[in-house]
Design a protein around this ligand. Sequence first.
Ligand code: COA
Ligand code: AMP
Length: 624
Amino acid sequence: MSDRYVAALRRSMSDPDGFWLDAASALEWDKAPEKGWVQGQGWFADGLLNTCHNAVDRHVANGRGDDVAVIYDSPVTDQIRKFTFAQLQDEVARVAGMLAGQGVTAGDRVIIYMPMIPETLFAMLGCARIGAIHSVVFGGFAAPELAKRIDDATPRLLLTASCGIEGHRVVEYKPLVDHALDLASHKVDRVILFQRPQAPAAMTAGRDLDWATLRAVAEPVGCVPVKATDPLYILYTSGTTGTPKGVVRENGGHAVALSWSMANIYGLKPGDIFWAASDVGWVVGHSYIVYGPLIAGCTTVLFEGKPVGTPDAGTFWRTIVRHQVDVFFTAPTAIRAIRKEDPEGKFIADIGLGKMRALFLAGERADPDTIHWAETQLQMPVIDHWWQTELGWPALATCLGLGDTRRLAGSAGFPVPGYAFHVFDESGNDVETGQSGNVVIKLPLAPGAYATLWNNAAGYAKSFQTFPGYYETGDAGFIDAEGFVHIMGRTDDIINVAGHRLSTGQMEQIVAAHPAIAECAVIGVDDVLKGMVPMAFAVPKAGVEMSDELAKEIIWTVREELGPVAALKHAHLVDALPKTRSGKILRATLRRLANGEHVETPPTIENPAVLVAIRALFSFETSE
Ligand code: COA
Ligand code: AMP
């Protein structure tokens, strides 16, 4: 372990306020905070700042106006556009003016349902500029999910584009937005729509406004100072129920944590080029496509494409060389997709890697095989690191910027300074080294972690109730004798499908609501490409025929209700679900059977014959 890592970790534990106030001094404040953590108030509660100023304007003021801030690389539309910090400032100030022109002021919510285009960044930063709270909704969610977020966030305005581009598929957003607004109880007066030539949308008279027209006449506006504890954004993520959790991120702690992480975790300095191949609809996109790199004065790459098929498995390496990316971040599933198409790494050999010096992976567990393949092909550190939407930035990592290089395939690394990890048994006692249990983090959480859940203080409190004084991550794992932390999976019904966080409980609610279905279970099954995929077991109501059509309809319903991102492709119709005598569905047993494992009949089972029937389903079928 590097001395710098050890020193930083120790100081973050013994003097957290001093540690984080030092980190805060890297930013420009309208009023610098004098206090770090204050119970009941949060981090830097006496500070005033503007996140957009720190991400954009201050770099221009410091003479970096001509440096490139954003590179938009879109293989799906065959475009590359670059924006300097000065151009970004102008764009963002105008978009902020466009929002202000519609009456949006500090504290108002703005929903952003937009694809991976520069205007989405301008919109996010434009909200931050005037103190409005953005809520970006991932484009892979269907209209009912968008409607839930509209009703919870009660936005003044909705920003959208006419379409997104998914590989070779053009996804029209306008019908989805119209449907969501019909479903929502909250009325949104105005929709501002950015027209894309791939699928221009018809405007709804009296409600929809054209982005380009408004942007052309908008007066640029400046940055509004906000309290460090004022919300910057709400990002909805899957919880254990059908209702998404609105993670609330505050301005101050977020800016400080991201600024610190860029230098000390990723090892980047101003002017370096960072690329996170994710989507702005996820937390990775918020933190490491938009805010982190820009706050740190780095160039960020906004990539509208897929790891494979746009046009081929060499697209990542080509983009890295073309833009001279220093550090790259993606999900393990993307590396698995590339490996599947290019197992020998021919594209890497042909194209090269420019000056790239490290690959970071997160979003799901990085299996050792994938890490080994990537390290062999790339010949550089491949670093798995772990975090969650709730935390907003990595909590386990190998801190490259602190000179640390120790890695172990299968582990997500060591606690990042600011985080004290424990693995607890069900009674809240530390388990023995190497034993699995509940992964928890001692309070207070580091700056940047969520301050609450929007409209759901009780839901927020739940994560702190099971183990008083600790945050329950919902993940299971262990700490080995060398201190490496291994995250092995969830303790609840959340699954990670291709790096996307989904709730099987939510899918169960959708399937169970189907008029032909009596009850159901949805589980996550291992998948060589996506890590996990959902699989449904549904019991039709008495008298309903078990047909392929019904199974297909279940799959279709989940896609319509939750969105294509749900990726439910397997639905099995069964006579009954295996249950304990007390009526609990044996989901773990189902999961193991579907994974092709040998499963003894559990002694607690009420209906062993059901298990025999389900076992038969998988005697010829393993997970796909
Ligand atoms: N808008 C609309 N639809 C979307 C979407 C979006 N923004 N994102 C995904 N979808 C759709 C996909 O087109 C796909 O639809 P299909 O069932 O019609 O094929 C479905 O949702 C599932 O998407 P996904 O699970 O991403 O699978 P895929 O087959 O399209 O791609 C990978 C597979 C591995 C290439 C892809 O999952 C990938 O790049 N993953 C990386 C994920 C990532 O970056 N996660 C962020 C956390 S770091
Ligand atoms: P999200 O909130 O979408 O970032 O998903 C967070 C969840 O993804 C975590 O609670 C983990 O279950 C999983 N996850 C993220 N990164 C990793 C990782 N590096 N290793 C194992 N699991 C991970």
